[in-house]
Design a protein around this ligand. Structure first.
Ligand code: GKR
Ligand code: MG
Length: 424
């Protein structure tokens, strides 16, 4: 009987993979990005998989949470969540990285719930012969569109830990247009996001203008990650009015975003000022945000993301999806949940083009016209490549990075780099 099948083992493997010298409001990406691969094994020998954050505080809570899922049926999602909420607390050893809401240890219980939920849904799908999207109520679209996620970047990492990537430098408007062209040629993306908050706003606006001229039909987004003051964001708004689909987190805080909203016609989007259900309760009526970027990794899973979508519909907010550096297991979880949400109408963010390595069998996930097609196979539709897992784990052991620190990395290039925000 399917109901008798139990989770008998939990394996957590931290991995590191190459990541580009990508610039952002905090500094620059380190040469290695961290993730954790979680496997839940059942009494009948199946393995459900999940991908999540790989920083030290997260590895600690995952290790602590292991026993909470042992003995449960893969169908016991509510009991799992109840146990996690009772046992997993914020901290210690917080690595609060403002740009990446997934690093907040206040979200520990949501992050662990999400990690287990994805692997348990993968198991449920295998047991029932159904793709995860079917367990979420079925697909409203067969393919999920993603956006071309552009970054200002250097040609290579300081100290050259490995050969430079093929993207080259991305600083001038012409280089940013070339980066977009390359990404669109390779993946077929039909909307574009530029990670801003790096250079003077005038330069970033010039890049947006160059993108508009080069890709007249494609929706554009700019995300300064709260590195522009309220005054700067208000001043820039009329220049961006005709250019952007949405203006993502230009300025810090709910109050700042609400004030900015009174000065612009542009819809404001966020993955910084509303990142929990409690924030939603406090923030949804302030008019600060018109588009919410979901992320199942820190909101608490695929089913909570569906709840969030209902709330967005009720509050008349648009919905998009946020991303950090990730591999194919996360991409497939994002794809299954996005395919199940009617009002997730904006192309989702993904860092995937910046990653060259993979941990799934068959290598990198394919894109068609900028979208990922839902697999018809059971569960998430992807399996672990154990050879690659071992390789990426060995990279983790050797690389020395244990927590993401874009500011410390930037200070290796420029010792006087200011840490304060907003910088402009
Ligand atoms: O990886 O540099 C990055 C991004 O800036 C990331 O940290 C953000 O969380 O992509 C994210 C965003 O949309 O704010
Ligand atoms: Mg953002």
């Amino acid at each position: 009987m399917t109901r008798d099948i139990r989770i008998t083992d939990v394996r957590i493997t931290p991995i590191a993979f190459r990541d580009g010298p990508l610039l952002n409001a905090a500094g620059i990406h380190e040469p290695w990005a961290l993730r954790a691969i979680v496997e839940l094994e059942t009494s009948d020998g199946r393995v459900g998989i999940s991908e999540t954050y790989g920083d030290e505080p997260m590895l600690r809570v995952l290790a602590q949470a292991k026993e909470l899922v042992l003995g449960l049926s893969p169908f016991d999602l509510n009991r799992m969540e109840e146990r996690v909420r009772a046992a997993i607390r914020p901290g210690p050893g917080a690595v609060e990285f403002e740009l990446a809401p997934g690093s907040h240890t206040a979200k520990n219980a949501a992050k662990v719930t999400s990690t287990f939920e994805v692997a348990m849904l993968d198991l449920q799908g295998q047991l029932l012969g159904a793709p995860v999207v079917d367990l979420l109520g079925g697909a409203v679209r067969d393919t999920v569109p993603y956006s071309a996620y552009l970054f200002f970047k250097y040609a290579e990492h300081i100290g050259r830990p490995y050969a430079a990537d093929a993207w080259g430098e991305g600083i001038s408007p012409a280089q940013i247009v070339a980066q977009a062209q390359r990404m669109i040629d390779a993946y077929g993306f039909q909307s574009i996001k530029l990670k801003g908050g790096v250079f003077e706003p005038a330069h970033e606006i010039a890049c947006m203008r160059a993108l508009r001229a080069a890709f007249p039909g494609l929706p554009l987004r700019l995300d300064p990650n709260a590195n522009w003051s309220l005054e700067t964001s208000i001043r820039a708004a009329p220049e961006l009015d005709e250019l952007l689909e949405y203006y993502e987190d230009p300025t810090p805080g709910l109050k700042g975003m609400a004030e900015l909203a009174r000065h612009t016609r542009l819809p404001l989007a966020t993955n910084m000022v509303i990142t929990t259900l409690d924030d939603f309760r406090k923030g949804a009526d302030t008019g600060a945000v018109k588009v919410l970027l979901s992320d199942h990794h820190y909101w608490g899973g695929l089913r909570v993301t569906q709840t969030l979508a209902r709330m967005c519909a009720l509050w008349d907010l648009g919905m998009s999806m946020h991303s950090n550096s990730h591999l194919g297991i996360s991409l497939m979880a994002m794809t299954h949940v996005a395919a199940s949400i009617p009002n997730l109408t904006y192309a989702c963010d993904t860092h995937y083009p910046w990653q060259e390595e993979e941990v799934i069998l068959g290598g990198r996930v394919a894109f068609e016209n900028g979208a990922v097609r839902l697999p018809g196979t059971p569960g998430l539709g992807v399996e672990l490549d154990r050879g690659k897992l071992a390789e990426l784990h060995a990279q983790y052991l050797a690389c020395g990075v244990r927590n993401r620190d874009d500011l410390a990395q930037m200070r290796k290039y420029d010792a006087g780099f200011p840490g304060r925000t907003p910088r402009f």
